[in-house]
Design a protein around this ligand. Structure first.
Ligand code: NAD
Ligand code: IPM
Ligand code: MN
Length: 351
């Protein structure tokens, strides 16, 4: 019997609806595989911010550090500025625990037609490897001359040799294991100063991984290729902001952002990693019980894989694939009428 200590942070909006679905699936698969979970649920959210003035307590990160992994729903809600919810919870977790790899796989499933004609079932199966702790998401910058004619905002992007190299080594290692090509998202025309540096480091790490065939594509053209020819990709490595945008685009190519999962990984295992759907708290549909739980359930599968249970993880993704391939049960975002609970029950039946 293996036991894992899991921090659950449902957060806000549909985060609180999809996380219980993921937990039910974990419990069910755990029973069959002799894996148990000790959960600790943290009500850290915008609601907490409105009551107590902070998204999490002062010792929040220390409390999370004791767990083997973190499963998060989503944070952000109207009435609380996004910079408060994000800098108060999500971003500090990614940074404090050095979760520098944000892994975002995408698949076009049988039975879930892509809105993109070129995306044929079974052929589109790739992963966006997003840099997750530096790049365009830096704390350096600010707003000046508020309300004056000379008002302006400045943002510094930070790319360090160490930070980019560790991410690239992870991405090239993944491409080696998957046996596919690696595509680097760039903007190397020299307009954006950071990108030629990124390109140099990609070439360096590419030389250190001779088995991997790699190339680079400008982010604008790459976005078009995601839509026109998504089957050609296997590992796509990108900076923080480019990876953020590409991963929602990839999710849309596969049918919708409700299905996309992510793993915020600290590959060395020195700190807990965090697993969360790619989507946000979706205030427009929150409270109705209709959110698509696939992104959260698939994220839980990625957590199991990370915790050393690849077989159990694959059973979860197989169950998602089977429900989509063999039943008409889908949530509304995918054209069905099932509630979150009904769809989750269908997954449990197919496990
Ligand atoms: P969003 O992902 O919350 O929603 C975008 C659209 O997709 C909405 O129409 C929504 O209804 C739909 N959608 C998203 N997930 C869905 C699901 N599981 N099932 C069905 N439909 C789904 O993005 P947004 O509107 O840009 O952001 C809303 C809030 O969430 C903001 O406060 C934002 O900062 C926050 N956010 C948080 C995270 C996170 O915590 N990791 C990620 C993204 C956005
Ligand atoms: C994501 C989200 C976050 C990000 C936001 C909410 C800060 O969009 O996880 O993709 O950009 O990293
Ligand atoms: Mn995003």
């Amino acid at each position: 019997m293996t036991n894992h200590s899991i921090a659950l942070i449902p957060g806000d909006g549909i985060g609180t609806e999809v996380l219980p679905a993921a937990r039910e699936v974990l419990d069910s698969i755990g029973t069959r595989h002799g894996i148990t979970f000790t959960y600790e649920r943290y009500d850290w959210s915008c609601e907490r911010y409105l009551r107590h003035g902070s998204m999490m307590p002062e010792d929040g990160l220390e409390r999370l550090r004791r767990h083997d992994a973190i499963l998060l729903g989503a944070v952000g809600y109207p009435g609380v500025p996004d910079h408060v919810s994000l800098w108060g919870l999500l971003i500090p977790i990614r940074r404090a625990f050095s979760q520098y790899v944000n892994l975002r796989p995408i698949r076009v499933f049988d039975g879930l037609p892509s809105p993109v004609r070129a995306a044929v079932t079974g052929e589109v199966d790739f992963v966006v490897v997003r840099e997750n702790t530096e790049g365009e998401y830096s704390e350096i910058g600010g707003r000046m001359n508020r309300g004056l004619p000379g008002e302006m905002a400045v943002q510094q992007a930070v790319f360090t040799r160490a930070g980019v190299t560790r991410l690239l080594d992870y991405a090239f290692g993944l491409a080696e294991r998957r046996g596919g090509p690696l595509t680097s998202a760039t903007k190397s025309n020299g307009i954006v100063h950071t990108m030629p540096f990124w390109d140099e480091l990609v070439a360096e790490r590419g030389a250190a991984h001779p088995a991997v065939e790699w190339n680079q594509e400008h982010i604008d053209a790459l976005a078009a290729k995601f839509v026109l020819d998504p089957a050609r990709f296997d590992v796509v490595v990108a900076s923080n902001l480019f990876g953020d945008i590409l991963s929602d685009l990839a999710a849309a190519v596969a049918g919708g952002i409700g299905i996309a999962p992510s793993a915020n990984l600290n590959p060395e295992g020195e700190h807990p990693s965090m697993f969360e759907p790619v989507h946000g708290s979706a205030p427009d549909i929150a409270g109705q019980g209709i959110a698509n739980p696939i992104g959260a359930i698939w994220s839980a599968a990625m957590m199991l894989d990370h915790l050393g249970h690849p077989g159990a993880a694959a059973e979860i993704t197989d169950a998602i694939a089977r429900v989509l391939a063999t039943t008409p049960v889908r949530t509304r975002d995918l054209g069905g009428s099932a509630s979150t609970a009904e769809f989750t029950a269908e997954i449990l039946r197919h496990l």
